[in-house]
Design a protein around this ligand. Sequence first.
Ligand SMILES: [Zn+2]
Length: 134
Amino acid sequence: MQDSNLSIGDQVEARCTKCRKNNEHTILLIEEGVPFKVECSVCNRQHKYRTPIPPKKVAVKRVVDPNHAAKKEWAILRPEMNMTKVTDYSMTAAYKVNALLNHTDFGIGLVQRIAGDQKVEVLFEDGRKIMRCR
Ligand SMILES: [Zn+2]
């Protein structure tokens, strides 16, 4: 004799072929400890018990960090940065490539490129940013 906590009238989760999903079902018949016939609580259809559809594996979304490469680069370059050459960032200052600056929000940055008129591309710990300059 099988041990079962289930009895007729209990609610179980089962697959409903009409609803095409897992629903609460009321057990109508039990055979050898397992539900045999059930009634769908959604569509009221009486049918043979079917085990619930296993939940779909939730695909783990790989968060692609667009700054990943820049962060790596920063980590490599960081030990070589001469902290005595760091100057506080100012929009009105002029910067050359390889200049080091300290930004109030982004921290230490390395000027890597002149990015156009009054703009420089700076590598920060969190990634690259275009900064205004003179
Ligand atoms: Zn149903």
